[in-house]
Design a protein. Structure first.
Length: 343
């Protein structure tokens, strides 16, 4: 496989005004891409990003991944596509599951089909740990997005478009993250609301997450699934670390119980995926099962698993204590800015 170049490429980011998409946009601009196309349905966020970025290489496209025509327009002429557009809030997807299906599944298929039609070199789809053993609508639709991407890859093995998926745990300080909520509650002296003190979550910064997307752009074979290894902590440990940063020694903790569709812990790879995952140092790679539309391998023959492995979860990954979480939080630009403002 010939590595694909990021430098000098035309790159489209769906959901390009979101936390992950906008961070990826700045990263790619710094890497010397020729043109960046930001695709989203929120003109207000596009206008804010236009004023913040101020780069003539960036073009802004209003549209929705649910609309195949608008997707087709922005992807035509692109070399690389990063698909980050999604409905991501667990409660919203629980209340409106068909909206999650329309965006996360049908919308993703629209992006992949347009990428195939226009011979995009590489399309990377962003997924989540909630897609593994999903119990909520958000995770279920993301799991089906992954299956849709893999099916398109399997059915187009000779295509010059490489389709891959990157799966992440919690991205710290992304939109909807609990970290700014805890910061605000602690700074204002309010009780801090915790769903379950023993709940564990993976911890990853936005900056850490973009490198794997770039790797998938340049190095993936079609159908590859990538997971970046990440440490985890309990929610209570995360709170204690944030309290140390704010200077609150004895926070008033109010346990409110789990929300709709929340798990005690999250998984980045299932037991079945771990059985044939390749350990690549900073991440795991799970290659595409390329069995064709011949049903015999699925129904009559099956496949031999290479041993038995535990799922890769926020319970069995490296567990950080409060001091370690605090050190990790202090690498975030938002936390650095918060501390600087309080001095």
């Amino acid at each position: 496989m010939t590595p694909r170049q990021v430098e000098g490429s035309v790159v489209t980011i769906t959901g390009g005004t979101g936390s992950f998409g906008s961070t990826m946009a700045r990263h790619l601009l710094a890497k010397g891409i020729a043109e960046l196309r930001v695709f989203s349905r929120d003109e207000s966020k596009q206008d804010a990003m236009r004023h913040a970025v101020k780069d003539p290489r960036v073009s802004y496209y209003i549209g929705d991944v649910r609309d195949a025509a608008s997707v087709n327009q922005v992807i035509r002429g692109s070399d690389l596509v990063f698909h980050a557009a999604a409905l991501k809030q667990v409660p919203s997807c629980e209340f409106f599951p068909m909206e999650a299906v329309a965006t996360n599944v049908t919308g993703s298929s629209n992006v992949i089909l347009a990428s195939l039609e226009h011979h995009v070199k590489s399309v990377v789809c962003l997924s989540t740990d909630k897609a593994v053993y999903p119990i909520n609508a958000m995770g279920m639709t993301k799991a089906l997005m992954e299956k849709t991407a893999m099916a398109h890859a399997r059915n187009n093995l000779t295509s010059d478009t490489v389709i891959s998926v990157t799966r992440y745990g919690n991205v710290m300080y992304s939109r909807g993250s609990v970290i700014p909520l805890f910061l605000g509650q602690l700074a204002s002296g309010m009780p801090v609301t915790i769903t379950d003190p023993g709940m564990t979550r993976f911890l990853m910064s936005l900056a850490q997450s973009v490198d794997l997307v770039e790797y998938a752009f340049t190095q993936a074979s079609t159908g590859d699934l990538f997971v970046r290894k990440a440490p985890a902590s309990t929610v209570e440990t995360l709170l204690r670390a944030i309290a140390n940063i704010v200077g609150v020694s004895d926070p008033n903790i109010q346990v409110i119980g789990s929300r709709h569709g929340e798990k005690l812990f999250e998984s980045l790879l299932s037991t079945e995926e771990m059985a044939h995952a390749e350990d690549c140092g900073e991440y795991f790679k799970v290659a595409l099962d390329t069995r064709s539309l011949d049903y015999r391998p699925f129904v009559e023959e099956g496949v031999t698993r290479a041993g038995t492995e535990d799922a890769y979860t926020s319970h069995n990954t490296t567990r950080l204590d409060a001091d370690q979480v605090e050190a990790l939080l202090m690498t975030l630009p938002e936390i650095k800015a918060f501390v600087a403002e309080r001095r």
